[in-house]
Structures are given as structure tokens and as C-alpha cells.
Design a protein around this ligand. Sequence first.
Ligand code: FEO
Ligand code: CA
Ligand code: CA
Length: 622
Amino acid sequence: MKDHLTKSPELESLIANVLSRRTFLQSAGLVGAGTFLAGMPIKQAFSAAPSTLFDFQSIPASTSDTVIVPKNYRAEVLISWGDPLFPNAPPFDPSGKGNAASQALQFGDNNDGMSCFPLSADRALMVVNNEYTNQKYLFDHDGSSLTADDVAKSQAAHGISIFEIIRKDSAWALDQNGKLNRRITANTLMHMTGPAAGHRLLKTQADPTGTQILGTFNNCSNGKTPWGTYLTCEENVNFNFGSIAPHQQSAEQKRYDIKGDKSYYQWEQHDPRFDIVKNPNEPNRFGWIVEIDPMNPDSIPQKRSALGRFKHENAAITVNKDGHVVVYMGDDQKGEHIYRFVSKNKFDENKPQQNRDLLEEGTLYVARFNGEFDALRGRGEWLELTHGKNGLTTEAGFADQAEVLIYARKAASIVGATKMDRPEWIAVHPDQSTVYCTLTNNSDRGSADQPVNGPNPRQDNSYGQIVRWHPLLGDHTNNEFEWDLYLLAGNPSVYHDARAGTSNVTPDNMFNSPDGIGFDAAGRLWILTDGKDSNKGKFAGMGNNQMLCSDPNTGEIRRFMTGPIGCEITGLCFSEDNKTLFVGIQHPGEDKAPSHFPAGGNSKPRSSIMMIHRENEKSFAE
Ligand code: FEO
Ligand code: CA
Ligand code: CA
């Protein structure tokens, strides 16, 4: 078992101190909060009373090739990669010989973030990201060398799948005849909007306007707006670009990890749009949040440049009490940041058409956490990313606001943002008091470039943590907040130091790499993992990736679901009546094979969406 942790004895004892339940309660702001919390009560305080939110016991870790949920719950497959979405679509072909045209009519690969929009009591619209492809399963060869049609198939497997579902008895089923069924792929026309639209850095030979962009890809997680649209978040888009000729990387390309040479997806081999030597501005047109109106299958998706360009994980939206729309966003790369967008105009439920433009204009901020090691809590502030302010000047390399947004990471560094342990999903508690963010892991934490800091307190962080913050005075537009760590994941069976995690992490619920999170209407926090599933060494006893359920009032965590071999659990939403929890099984059999999920036997593994129901069809809002 390797031991990379070399933190200072002081930090070791400070973290150990925080690990005791009592000190952890204190750290959450209940007692003796100290000077920096004085006079600012935190609503979201832990209580010593047992949780009333659970009606199940924590299930054991699993290494089996199935989905397991507690008794009194049942899990069924809704849809899997390759299922036909239209009456004229060919059936899934497990041989991998299906072509690009087939894939463009089928459910895309590797489902991630998703939302469910009600159409009637027993009909709904699912909007689902298809993040990326597993080349070894997508084709009838190992994917190491692609033909032009292979590239087109890979592009068609990315993007978004939109499909109607109908309820029969208590479960839902795809309706191939749904009028709103639609595929959006890496080649669907979209418009750039906001301050960067038409900027010289977005212009290409094929699009001299800098506004007409083809496609979206590496769509990680998502957001659902109060005005009925869907936000899809472009994450690891750097892997979709390469070059045939040798390429000297610019500083901006380096910061966004965009490289020449043969890329993983090899799109540049047959589609010059993805060759950064031939089309150096094309990568600037990706890494955005895209707004989609799923109720109109002819609508053109809108890229919202005001929300900045980085590796977007998800978009957690809340309407502030004064009507401004606030969007919290993580940038998932080691040492990158957490952002906040505040709309210029206000949400008005009586003006649905006007709300459609709320993400066009506003102010982008990035978070600085002012940490205190002795408490694993502190104050923080939102730093404005506006041209001409906070050093974001022409002299600093930003000609205008569009460049601040296109190179948001560089702007964030200049203003002094905190380097985080890979920010993944963010979720706002239903009472709006508190915002939670998963920091999944960071093997570089503790390096000279990324020293430990308040919310990122462990070197060589293998397990991850969840940080949360409370905007001062409950105002999400306030530039100050208080933060604390809701949990540090860890392995209390193997370690008895900071790597054991906080006291709400036990041998019965332990996990690593929290990634997806979301609240149900009753206020339970659901935690989805994308971690190491070796079940050995420092991960011994954790088993396959899993979904946990936590009560933010007590801090208690129970393991609710375990996934099949080699998968990650990602994507979470509820039906309008809260009777169905939809959750995604992504990339079964990826690094850890074999998996034959979901069909079993000797079948090819397929990413799938599960639907989970409680006994007697009890609502998840109860
Ligand atoms: Fe697509 Fe950061 O996960
Ligand atoms: Ca993720
Ligand atoms: Ca992840």
C-alpha cells in the first residue's frame, strides 16, 4: 500500500481534531464559532437527533456486475446506449458495425447529466447528455485507427438525446413516436450569444461571423432553468482536438490543455475542423454552457458566452430573493476554480419570453476561499471577472470582455482565485441557504503549484471532499460567503489519520471521489461517485462506484446504490411527481472489465439510465 501523504504534523493534528464528531459539529457553526462567524448564524447546522429522512439501511459495498438498491426499492433500466429513438432508427447492433447514420438516430453513448420535463401526468421529456465514447465498444475494432465514418459515428454518439417517455403502470418507457424526440450532436448548428459572439477569436474560415457554431460535445453535467430550458455543460473538449502537422502549443492552449498530434477521438484525422493547425480558433468555440429549448425540436441551441469558457461540469441555478438569476459552476481540472454568474436582469415568471435572455448578460465571478486550517472553515469572496477591473486589463493581455470570458481560467488566476481539488457538481439546497460542491480528488495537491489550502486540506488527495458555502445574509449576489467542509471522504478501515475522512464517513458507507450531487425535494443530498474501484489498498472495502444518500441536518451518510463493474454513477433527476429517481450508469466495463451490464450473459456493456422507485410508489419528496 502506497503512502504519499507527507503533510505537516500541525496539519495532521488539526485535521484529526476536526474528525471527531463534536469538533465537526462545531466546525459547521453550531457552537463556539469564533470571530469570523460571529453574528452570522448558519441555518444548515447539524443536529444531534437521529435522521428522519432515511427509510433504508446502508447497503454493503459490492464488486458484482449489477445495480443493487436497498430492499423496499427497485431499480430498472429505462434506456441504454444505442437504443433507437425514432420509428425509422435501426436497432442497437452489438457487433459495433452500426454506422454514423444509425448512431445519429439512437441514444448516444455514456449518458451523464440529465433533466426530466413534465408533459402531462404520465408523459415526460428526458433531456440527457451523452458525454463521450468508449472507442473499444463503439466499433467492431479496437478504435486505434478510425475511418471517416467511424469519426462521424463518434461525433453522432456525442451530444444530447431528447426523448419522450410514457408511464405504464409505475415504470416509464421510451416513446419512439414522441414529437419532441431529437438528437443533438457534434454537428448540430448552434449560435454563440453574449459578449464573445462574433469576436475575432471565434471566427473561422467556415464561419467568418464567429457566431454559427457546429455542435456540442463532451457534455458532462447540466442545469435546468426555472423558465423551462436545459443547460448542457461542455467539459473535456480538449480531447476532441488534435493536428496532423506538428504544432507548437500557445500559452492559452496550454492552460486549456489543447494539444496538437493525434487525439484520443482522432476527429482531426478525417474532419479538418478539429485540426488546430488548420483551424486554430475552433477550440475557442467549445468549453461553454449551451442553452437548449427542448420543447421546440427546431430550436437552435444557444452558447452562453457570459458564463465563461472552461471545463464546465454542471450549472446549479437559483433565483435569488431579489430576482437575479445566479448560476454556480465548477471547472473540473486539478487546481482550477469555482465560478458564479449573476444575471443583469431579473427573473419574472409572468414574462416567460423575457426570461429566455437572462443568461445573455451578467457578471462572472470566481471564488477565493480564505481558509483557516484550525477549523476547516472560513470566509470567502467572489472576485469579479470584468474587463478593466481587478487587473483584467489590456496590459494584462485582455483586449476586451470577450477575451476575459474566452480565457476565463487566465483571468481567474490574475484575480487570485483559489486552486481547488477538481470542482465537479454543485447543488443548491432546496431552502436556498447553502450551496454544496464536490471536489473529487487531486493527486497534485501539495505540489509547489498547488499547496494545501483551507477547503483543499490534504496532500495527494485520493478521496475527495464536499465543501459548502452560505452566502452572507442569505443573498446569493453578496460577494462574501462563509464556507465549511461537509465531509472529507476517506478510508477509516485502512487509515486512522486524515485519510480516514470525517467522522460521518465509516467502514459501512465509505467511498472515494464524490462527483455528482443533487437534492431531492425532501432535502436529502444524493452523492454519486466516479472513483477508483480497485477495492484494494487505500480503496479496500469501497467496491464499485456507488450512490450515497446524506441528511444535511445530521451529516449522516448511507450507501444507497452500488453500480456494475467499471462504471461511474452520474446523472440524476426526478420525475415531476417525485415518484421516480433517474440515475445514470456510465461506462460499465471501462477500465475494469469485463462487464456485461445491463443485459448480462456475454453481452457488450452499455451505459444506461436506471429508474428507481420506492415501495408503494412513495414519493422521494417525503
Ligand atoms: Fe464529466 Fe468532471 O466529469
Ligand atoms: Ca463528473
Ligand atoms: Ca469525475
